[in-house]
Design a protein around this ligand. Structure first.
Ligand code: PLP
Length: 385
């Protein structure tokens, strides 16, 4: 059975061109970039090239790119690195819909005397900017707000938020793990101080990420040891990962507009057909301000997990809640924060597409979903027969 992969917000297929660039770095060009010899030196050049490729996608200077091991590390480093650099301030502002890579860190910091404000969202998953403005005070060290939500795809007005926050003299971090490669972003025109991204979400490899640190931003390194990454992140570099991520960024920069137009067309076709053909289904999230690849749909009175299992029988991969929380039957914290009723939040499915999806895959799924939903509704003890 062919796999139909609609779980690209969990992880993506590595692009063939990316793999091709990475391959020689395992058994041929395996030197340590910090070595003095010529063999190691050529690896250093590979990393410099990758740094430039990432900087070109983001619209920043290559010296502002710090390679890390993943999006989670970048988020941890941004938050803890800022707090260490601004020790006299004890308040962090974030949102209730952040990924656990931010939310868990912030909540843990409360045990260490920090005040954490989690801003709520409305029914569409959007923030109240006026509330954010009110919360910023002299004790605020950091505001960390995600660029795009991993579960709903909702995109926040980050440039506006960054301008507001930095205008008050506060450091601004954004977790842009889901946004990079899906929507254009230009740091040269933005006030963002710190930004996280992850290789495996944009057809790069797993185990590599980036923390962008704007020149002049107060930041203390989180990982200590050697002098790698200009003293901002110790540890021998994951060279194949970094080179792969560089190539993935180059491909994203080249193809973003054309490919995302196609992905959006497929996402919209899938979404429209499901909403039309399945009674009791509803879209979650701000329809007009979303990633082009994501749709999050609730099916009233059905368990999301049951839908996933039936989709899986047809080879269709989707997700209920984020990958990091699957396994738990708690409804998604994002949908709950949006005020989605319990009966609908429990039955929510996220389809997240990529440039590798085809129209045939979408058509096949459109054919199967109503069948699955009708079958599960017949079995549901909550639906009056
Ligand atoms: N932030 C967001 C918004 C994510 O979606 C994810 C992963 O799903 C992460 C952070 C964590 O990234 P990584 O898997 O690279 O640690």
């Amino acid at each position: 059975m062919k796999t139909i992969y609609f779980d690209n917000n969990a992880t993506t297929k590595v692009a063939e061109q990316v793999l091709k660039e990475m391959r020689p770095l395992f058994c041929e060009l395996y030197g340590n970039p910090s070595s003095m010899h010529t063999f190691g030196g050529q690896i250093g050049r590979k990393i410099r090239h990758a740094r430039q490729q990432v900087a070109d996608l983001l619209g920043c200077d290559p010296t502002e790119i710090v390679f890390t091991s993943c999006g989670t590390e970048s988020d941890n480093a941004a938050i803890k690195g800022t707090l260490a650099a601004v020790p006299n301030k004890r308040k962090i502002i974030t949102s209730r819909v952040e990924h656990p890579a931010v939310l868990t860190v912030c909540r843990e910091l409360q045990n260490h005397g920090y005040t954490v404000v989690e801003l709520g969202v409305d029914r569409k998953g959007q923030l109240d900017i006026a509330e954010l403005e009110e919360q910023i005070d002299d004790d605020t060290a950091l505001v960390t707000i995600m660029y795009a939500n991993n579960e709903t795809g909702v995109v926040f007005p980050i440039d506006r938020i960054a301008e507001l926050v930095t205008g008050r003299g506060v450091v601004f971090h954004t977790d842009a793990v889901q946004a990079i490669g899906k929507i254009p972003l230009d740091l040269s025109k933005s006030n963002i101080d710190l930004l996280s991204l992850s290789g495996h979400k944009l057809h790069g490899p797993k185990g590599v990420g980036v923390l962008y640190v704007r020149k002049g931003t107060r930041f203390s390194p989180f990982m200590l040891g050697g002098h790698q990454e200009a003293g901002r992140r110790a540890g021998t570099e994951n060279v194949p990962g970094i080179v792969g991520l560089g190539k993935a960024c180059e491909l994203a920069a080249k193809n973003i507009e054309q490919e995302n137009g196609r992905v959006k067309y497929l996402r919209d076709k899938l979404e429209k057909a499901i909403l039309e053909k399945c009674p009791g289904s509803q879209l979650n999230g701000d329809k007009d301000n979303r990633l082009p690849n994501t749709t999050n749909i609730s099916f009233e009175y059905i368990e999301g997990e049951s839908i996933l299992l039936m989709l899986d029988k047809y080879g269709i991969c989707a997700s209920s809640g984020s990958a990091c929380t699957s396994g738990s039957l708690e409804p998604s914290h994002v949908l709950r924060a949006m005020g989605v009723p319990f009966t609908a939040a429990h039955g929510s499915i996220r389809f997240s597409l990529s440039r590798y999806n085809t129209e045939e895959e979408v058509d096949y799924t459109i054919e199967k979903i109503p069948e699955i939903i009708n079958r599960l509704r017949e079995l549901s003890p909550f639906v009056t027969k």
